[in-house]
Design a protein around this ligand. Structure first.
Ligand SMILES: Cc1cc2nc3c(=O)[nH]c(=O)nc-3n(C[C@H](O)[C@H](O)[C@H](O)COP(=O)(O)OP(=O)(O)OC[C@H]3O[C@@H](n4cnc5c(N)ncnc54)[C@H](O)[C@@H]3O)c2cc1C
Length: 375
């Protein structure tokens, strides 16, 4: 019998799960409060980093390799460019934990990589200023993703495979029935066999997920105009993770013809009560501090942001996702809390979601993401 599956939330994770489920023959209904590719949650803002030498842990490397293959499959199936492999730099003091972890991951997994001195990096990538004694680790299996087209491509692929898309349908309640689940959106109800919860930072607003330790945090991105835009495009500028004693940020090459984007990590990711309360702007103190980091470390940009965007993301206490069967509930899968690094992995997370719905298990190692670890 064809399983009827509801996917609640079609940010990148829900969209990919809907695609992989529909592709494998499930009858999918995919709900979202907003429009595909919207900017209220975690899956928007022009660019996302893909990298393989993973500071968050070597156990992600097989997942990242599979994700890259699925990104390519989605690109082929939808005739859309989503991932540009421009390489990735991790820049900073050799002893910084993130720099050391990237290097260790590359060495332990036999990944291609280069280690450059500050002088070598400054000559080859003058867009970043390194201080004496700092190093650059170059991961060639890294690149930049386009989030809004990616969400839309995954949903298009899901729909082509038979999924029913329901944008502008906020799920108000998900309740167990004798044989599955009842989904309520206003007056409309939908009965399904299995539910996949992919609500991003809205997790705790859904009753069955209320006890998960997923905190809503605000992540802010700043765009700076480049003096020479051509030098900051992906064919000349890799993505970067910058660590420095004065600042730390992720850095994305120019996709829009204006300049580069940074996400300043050292300025923090404030906790919000609810994604609905996401401020759509920042105070001038934040802009001044981001400008100071750009002036110090990015010599090719005008160090005053031309654009600022703020987004909501769900974070867990250990900053690894919650992905697996929902504790205590039959026929429900939860996928949330991607803690600022879920985008690149979304296609493989979607494949895992489909495995769990259709077979109750997956061959991918997701032990680190077990929802039971917080109980
Ligand atoms: C600024 C920023 C930069 C980032 N940089 C990177 C990066 O470089 N690389 C990387 O890999 N990751 C990065 N991340 C993390 C990554 O983008 C997220 O982990 C990922 O997008 C999470 O996707 P999601 O589908 O879980 O959440 P979301 O995209 O927030 O999607 C959840 C969806 O569920 C819907 N929803 C919620 N509740 C309901 C309901 N009751 N009914 C119906 N719909 C509902 C919402 O409307 C939303 O569309 C970054 C995140 C941010 C915010």
């Amino acid at each position: 019998m064809t399983p009827r599956v509801a996917v609640v939330g079609t940010g990148v994770v829900g969209a990919m799960t809907a695609w992989r489920l529909a592709h494998r023959g499930a009858a999918v209904s995919a709900f979202d409060t907003y429009s595909p590719g919207h900017d209220r949650g975690a899956s928007a803002g022009e660019s996302r980093i893909f990298r393989t030498a993973y500071k968050e842990g070597g156990e992600y490397v097989p997942l990242l390799r599979r994700a890259e293959r699925l990104w390519r499959e989605l690109e082929r199936g939808t005739a859309t460019d989503l991932l540009t492999m421009c390489g990735g730099l991790t820049l900073g003091p050799a002893e910084h934990p993130d720099v050391a972890a990237v290097r260790r991951c590359a060495e332990e997994h036999g990944l291609d990589h280069e280690v450059l001195t500050a002088a070598e990096s400054n000559a080859r990538f003058p867009q970043h200023r390194l201080d004496d004694g700092e190093i650059a680790v170059l991961d060639p299996a890294a690149g930049v993703l386009r989030p809004e087209p990616a969400v839309q491509a995954a949903l298009r692929a899901a729909e082509s495979a038979g999924a029913r898309l329901l944008p502008y349908h906020r799920v108000d309640a998900v309740e167990p029935t004798a044989s599955g689940w009842r989904i309520s959106c206003g007056d409309a109800v939908f009965d399904v066999d299995h539910v996949v919860f992919a609500p991003g930072p809205w997790a705790r607003a859904l009753e069955p997920l209320r006890d998960l330790p997923v905190e809503v945090r605000q992540i802010t991105a700043c765009w700076f105009a480049a003096r020479d835009v051509a030098a900051h495009r992906p064919d000349r500028l890799p993505i970067a993770i910058r660590r420095h004693h004065e600042a730390g940020f992720s850095c994305f090459p120019a996709l829009d013809g204006v300049g580069i984007k940074i996400v300043p990590h050292h300025l923090g990711f404030p906790v919000l009560d609810d994604p609905a309360g996401l401020p759509r702007t920042v105070d001038s103190e934040f802009a001044r501090a981001a400008s100071a980091a750009a002036a110090r470390l990015l010599p090719g940009v005008v160090p005053h942001p031309v654009r600022i965007g703020t987004f909501a993301e769900g974070f867990t206490p250990d900053e690894h996702a919650v992905l697996g069967p929902l504790p205590g509930s039959a026929a429900a899968t939860v996928m949330t809390g991607f803690s600022g690094h879920g985008f690149k992995l979304a296609p493989v997370f979607g494949e895992i979601g489909a495995d769990l719905v259709l077979h109750g298990t997956t061959e991918h190692d997701i032990s680190r993401l077990d929802p039971n670890r917080f109980r």
